[in-house]
Design a protein around this ligand. Structure first.
Ligand code: DQA
Length: 156
């Protein structure tokens, strides 16, 4: 089973940008830890980062029939993008929304996520460790899905 990790705008600047808010880890380091967890648990994983809304929509659409779960940090598009929300709704693949910072204790414009109503769950506020928590959640979701699929096979 395959997990796709999608990172939105400016997340390529982690380790440089606003370290007090986002911590000092670089995106590659976060991805390397996620890759280790995926490997240990027997899941395939791929990573994608873009600063462009349309490219993120394209990537979500590509996941249809190709990936079993999505972990996404839509970054600033969280608060503005109906297109990303619609893409997630369209493909109907279990999706976990991640935010490094606790968006609910920041500026008012960050306190609303257009994405949250169409995902399985949202995890926010634990710094770079939030991605690890999202991996744990995604592995749980996919393991349950696998068990249900196997049960259905037995019943046939
Ligand atoms: C973010 C929060 C967003 O408000 C912000 O625009 C980001 C990162 C987070 O991970 O905390 O770029 O998604």
């Amino acid at each position: 089973m395959k997990i796709t990790v999608i990172q939105g705008p400016n997340l390529n600047m982690l380790g440089i940008r606003e370290q007090k808010i986002y911590g000092g880890m670089k995106l590659e380091q976060i991805h390397s830890q996620m890759r280790d967890v995926a490997k240990q648990s027997g899941f395939e994983i791929e990573f994608f980062q873009s600063n462009f809304e349309g490219e993120i929509v394209d990537k979500i659409q590509e996941c249809y029939g190709e990936s079993d779960g999505i972990i996404i940090n839509p970054a600033a598009y969280t608060h503005t993008s109906i297109a990303i929300r619609d893409a997630i709704s369209a493909i109907n693949i279990p999706t976990v929304e991640v935010h490094i910072s606790n968006i609910y204790r920041r500026e008012e414009f960050r306190q609303k996520s257009l994405i949250a109503p169409v995902v399985a769950g949202q995890i926010a506020g634990f710094g770079p460790f939030t991605y690890h928590l999202a991996m744990v959640a995604m592995i749980q979701i996919l393991t349950e899905m696998k068990a249900i699929q196997q049960q259905k096979k037995i019943e046939k």
